[in-house]
Write a protein that binds this ligand. Structure first.
Ligand SMILES: [Zn+2]
Length: 510
């Protein structure tokens, strides 16, 4: 009996084992099947071309009357009782009300109690392939009519053969089949790793120069060997390529033989003002030591060099030390603007936010570091360095359009006057980019890029958000059109197609 019962038990456990392993196999296979089906579904959904909003038609004439024109230059001046006449895409008159201008036929906007500023610039944004559906309309709705695009999805070092969509966007924006700002500079190459040797570096830079790159953005490990970084700058310069971006800690900008076009982000400039620069590793624990040996005299000489060479400084506080300090002070309340962000991107931000809890001691260091960064921005501005307002939108929690207004507040906190800050987002970038004969001012002959505000931004820079109407290239985005843009982007952000395209971007880097 024992023998028989043993055999039965053995056969039962063998059967159970088979069932269990079969069950495991079924579970594994169904998980793999579900993942494959999801992957296929996402790819399939991503094939659909999402719609883009089109711009309102240009008017043959638009008259904004009885408005206060805000000129941010020379300390800032607001002149009331002004009239601005726009024909098609140009300003044809801007000045005191005169009988002829006021009596012209055309659409009219009553500017009483309102303030007119030049269209805003964001000097540091990034775009995704989804920009026409999400980011570009948000910029226009927020009054941002010109941007420097410091890198789109094509810009990574691994994608030399990738063709940037920016050219097609610019054409579509120009003819009104898409809503977006002027892409005044598009940087389509990020250098993330120095080539292995001099020959490889020359080949790469030659290829970039041949395809017509104007500027290469450095995004190297900031602790790169000084020799490698200097060689890179030298060769790029010899080929007529301009270099800007993240300034490595190993390079002393004050004595660099080659000028930078622009230094991006406060965290790359601040170490330059410390005697501990060369050995700085960017860890939070190293920041107090860096600040303890702050070298004011060297800092002033560095800033004088930047001014003399025309190197611009784009601190992007909102995405850099400002964001570190904000997170260090406790997780920010959820952003109103996050409803314009696709779900997978929002989730990625939430994960980063959850991982970024900062111990109290480190929090104090990050807050002190940000305070030093703000002081440096003021010091740079006082030294005559070109300071540009830029947001680094696409970084976590940095939303296109909205973030520029946040950066304006950071610049006021740094100690710049509202007029100086407004200039850093209008006239100064227009002059820096050498397009001030076209945009940046409210004057006859300029393209019609204007923002009509319900309150004076020179009294409180936060009034830059109180937008009534945006005029871009003569196209009028009044309250109804702006609401339509926000509604459109919010709807897009909740579409499966958009989420799928976003995931596809992450998978394929495109
Ligand atoms: Zn950036």
């Amino acid at each position: 009996m024992d023998h028989v019962s043993g055999a039965v038990n053995a056969s039962r456990s063998a059967t159970l084992f088979r069932i269990r392993s079969l069950r495991v196999r079924v579970i594994v296979l169904s998980c793999l099947g579900t993942a494959a089906a999801l992957f296929a579904l996402v790819n399939l959904l991503a094939l659909a071309t999402p719609p883009v909003p089109t711009a309102p038609l240009r008017l043959s004439r638009l008259i904004i009357h009885d408005v206060a024109i805000v000129n941010p230059d020379s300390g800032g001046r607001t002149t009331t009782g002004q009239t601005v006449v726009i024909e098609h895409d140009r300003i044809v008159y801007a000045g005191p009300a005169d009988a002829t201008a006021v009596s012209l036929p055309g659409r009219r906007i009553d500017g009483r109690g309102k303030f007119l500023i030049p269209g805003l610039w964001d000097a540091h944004v990034h775009t995704l392939r989804l920009a026409p559906q999400l980011q570009l309309p948000l910029l226009i709705a927020n009054g941002v009519t010109s941007v420097r695009d410091l890198g789109d999805t094509c810009s990574w070092s691994t994608s030399l053969s990738c063709v940037s969509p920016a050219g097609a966007w610019q054409r579509a924006i120009g003819n009104g089949t898409m809503v977006g700002p002027r892409l005044q500079e598009v940087v389509t190459y990020h250098l993330e790793e120095p080539p292995a040797d001099g020959a490889e570096l020359c080949t790469l830079l030659q290829a970039l120069a041949t395809r017509g790159e104007r500027m290469i953005k450095l995004q190297l490990d900031p602790t790169i060997e000084a020799r490698d970084a200097t060689e890179l700058l030298r060769v790029a310069d010899s080929m007529g390529l301009r270099v800007g971006g993240h300034l490595p800690f190993t390079v002393d900008l004050a004595s660099s033989p080659v000028a930078f076009v622009s230094v991006e982000h406060d965290w790359t400039l601040l170490p330059q003002c410390s005697r501990a620069r060369a050995s700085f590793d960017d860890r939070t624990a190293s920041k107090p030591a860096l600040l303890r040996v702050f070298d004011g005299a060297h800092c002033d000489s560095l800033l004088a060099t930047m001014r003399a060479r025309g190197t611009a400084y784009v601190p992007t506080h909102v995405a850099s030390t400002g964001q570190d300090a904000l997170f260090a002070s406790g997780p920010p309340a959820s952003m109103n603007s996050s409803r314009f962000i696709p779900a997978p991107q929002r989730m990625a931000w939430q994960i980063i936010r959850a991982a970024g809890t900062v111990p109290e001691l480190e929090a104090r260091d990050l807050i002190a570091y940000h305070a030093a960064a703000l002081q440096l921005t003021k010091r740079a501005h006082d030294a005559g360095v070109v300071v540009l307002a830029g947001s680094d939108a696409i970084d976590p929690e940095v939303v296109h359009g909205f973030a520029l207004h946040e950066e304006l507040e950071y610049l006021v906190r740094a100690g710049l006057t509202p007029a100086q800050v407004l200039a850093a987002a209008t006239t100064v970038p227009a002059r820096f980019m050498q397009v001030d004969s076209v945009v940046g001012y409210i004057a006859a002959g300029q393209r019609a890029d204007l923002v009509l505000l319900d309150a004076d931004p020179l009294v409180d820079i936060r009034n830059s958000r109180r937008i009534h109407t945006v005029v871009f290239d003569g196209r009028v985005f009044g309250p109804a059109e702006r609401t339509a843009l926000f509604t459109f982007v919010e709807a897009q952000a909740h579409r499966l197609t958009i989420a799928s395209r976003f995931l596809r971007c992450l998978w394929y880097g495109g």
